[in-house]
Ligand binder design. Structure first.
Ligand SMILES: *Cc1c(COP(=O)(O)O)cnc(C)c1O
Length: 221
């Protein structure tokens, strides 16, 4: 396993990109194995599983939420979450703002843009993302910091299709950036790329890749 982690970390260096090790469904022991080799950012897609792992594991782990969230689950992760990649509605963002305030902290988020050519993927369209950024600029969300965009490409072997989708997310980022008047200096992240497509995502401008099965082996649900 160590070889895989270090190989991926080396591939990221020229792009100055960070690695989110996606540990969903994996036991604490597997997480500790990567932790002991220096990995500190882990991603999960279920709030309660994330909370359990947070409680059991070292406190210098940066936990990222990467999955679709129901608003009633935000409270489980609000006290400690480092980054929520998957904001796909105004209602969710308002809930995160409220729960962050309760915990006297600011929560960093990414807006998830729908880039896939599939009905099943969550995400905002570019106009909805613009509306959220307008609200953000008006300081109605003081406990939120918007750090960029996240996207999930179609589940397909057609790399030309995937490349089109990554390029589209990059274009959305460039189009939205001038709209961010509040805190624009933090609007820097483009979270895209998974085990099967991260080299392509990096070449399309990804700053953060989310890799699960390549690091941990296949998941059994
Ligand atoms: C599971 C998951 C990943 C990682 O997928 P792999 O193909 O195992 O690397 C990345 N992003 C999201 C949003 C996921 O749910």
């Amino acid at each position: 396993m160590s070889n895989i982690l270090h190989k991926i970390q080396e591939e990221l260096i020229p792009f100055d990109a960070s690695l989110v090790a996606v540990s969903k469904t994996k036991p604490n022991k597997a997480i500790m194995d990567l932790y002991d080799q220096g990995q500190r950012i882990f991603g999960e897609n279920k709030a309660q599983e994330l909370q359990r792992k947070y409680e059991a594991l070292p406190k210098d782990i940066e936990w990222h939420m990467i999955g679709h969230m129901q608003t009633n689950k935000v409270k489980y992760i609000a006290p400690f979450i480092s980054l929520i990649h998957s904001v796909d509605s105004t209602k969710l963002l308002e809930t995160i703002n409220k729960e962050a305030a309760k915990n006297a902290r600011k929560i960093a988020v990414l807006l998830q843009v729908k880039i896939a050519n599939e009905d099943t993927k969550y995400g905002l369209d570019i106009n909805e993302a613009k509306e959220i950024i307008d609200a953000y600029n008006r300081e109605t969300l003081p406990n939120i910091s918007v750090h960029g965009l996240m996207g999930m490409a179609s589940f397909t072997d057609n790399m030309e299709q995937v490349e089109k989708e990554f390029n589209y997310l990059k274009k959305c980022y460039e189009e939205l950036l001038p709209n961010v008047s509040k805190d624009a200096v933090n609007f820097t992240e483009l979270s895209m790329g998974m085990s099967g497509d991260y080299p392509l995502a990096l070449s399309c401008g990804s700053t953060m890749v989310r890799i699960g099965s390549k690091l941990f082996g296949a998941r059994n649900y």
